[in-house]
Design a protein around this ligand. Structure first.
Ligand SMILES: [Zn+2]
Length: 313
């Protein structure tokens, strides 16, 4: 990847490149899907504005995407996507702020929108017949003070943030922040995201015993008894894959992001899932990974309520 490529340097070149990516068969209306469109010319319009001849709505290549209505030039969006796709442990808003020459606040919003695109993964549940899915929970960082949400006057919760991860062996990962890791919350995450035909591998935690019965099989290793790997019926029972995922996540969070507010934790989890699910080991390299972010960036745009959510995460 050549960072001096015109699409990383020039907003117009970036728009043309993005149009070619998003509309390989020519522009179509993002409101009604019609291919009967006219590009608006002349000084009254900024470049790249189209009007639909059917529904008469106007649109650009970023309409309906995470890039919509952003004041950040498109070449900087593409560069940020590339940097976040190719950095193993993530790329902080501070780094983006310096590298792209935009304000820290802009960099922060940019990074979160790119994470939204990363999390916009429409692939189905993990596992399936003959597949093994490892499930495990971990605790990461202190919970934020949630004075607003506490009912009985409690404040300053001392407990940790709970994260549940599901990793298909040799495949993808899906990771979730849960308010508390209980049998119920863990079950919810597992049954929504793992095919019942899969075999579940966990540690001996009681959280998984009942849920395990809903799957084709459930094996557990007894970590408290010093057991980390067991051979059973021709396959290896362990949770090393999901634990490896957690260790990459924790190192990234500590080394790159340092502080992350709980309200945004799920977006960071989506980012680490994305990089894991599009890793070199599965044959996905930097350029393709960045292209996938762009593909997933369409059709989703979020706004952030600045009053409720910390901006420094
Ligand atoms: Zn239309």
């Amino acid at each position: 990847m050549n960072l001096t490529d015109p699409r990383f340097q020039d907003a117009e070149k970036a728009r043309e490149w993005l149009e070619a990516q998003r509309w390989p068969d020519g522009p179509y209306c993002t409101h009604c899907g019609s291919y009967s469109v006219t590009q608006l010319q002349g000084r009254a319009h900024r470049p790249g504005v189209y009007q639909c001849n059917d529904c008469r709505e106007q649109f650009t290549v970023t309409t309906g995407s995470v890039m919509e209505r952003s004041r950040i030039p498109l070449n900087k969006w593409l560069l940020a996507m590339h940097l976040m796709a190719s950095s193993k442990k993530g790329y902080s808003a501070h780094q983006l702020h310096r590298t792209l020459g935009i304000t820290y606040q802009s960099a922060w919003f940019l990074a979160h929108r790119i994470r939204e695109a990363m999390g916009n993964d429409q692939s189905g549940p993990l596992g399936g017949e003959g597949k093994i899915v490892e499930a495990d929970e971990t605790y990461f960082g202190d919970k934020d003070r949630v004075t607003k949400r506490t009912k009985r006057g409690k404040s300053g919760l001392a407990s940790k943030r709970a994260v549940v991860s599901l990793v298909e062996r040799g495949g993808r990962a899906k990771t979730f922040h849960v308010e508390r890791a209980t049998k119920e919350s863990v079950r919810e995450v597992i049954v929504r995201n793992v095919s019942r035909k899969s075999k579940l591998h966990t540690d001996e935690s009681r959280l998984y015993i009942d849920t395990g019965k809903e799957f084709a099989g459930h094996e557990s290793v007894r970590h408290t008894a010093g057991e980390y790997v067991r051979y059973e019926d021709g396959h290896v029972v362990h949770t090393n894959t999901v634990e490896g995922f957690f260790s990459v996540f924790k190192r990234g969070m500590k080394g790159v992001y340092q502080h992350c507010s709980e309200a945004h934790l799920h977006r960071y989890l989506a980012e680490f899932d994305f990089r894991y699910n599009n890793r070199s080991g599965l044959g996905v390299e930097d350029t393709e990974r960045a292209a996938k972010i762009i593909a997933q960036a369409g059709g989703k745009r979020l706004t952030y309520r600045r009053t409720d959510e910390a901006q420094d995460a």
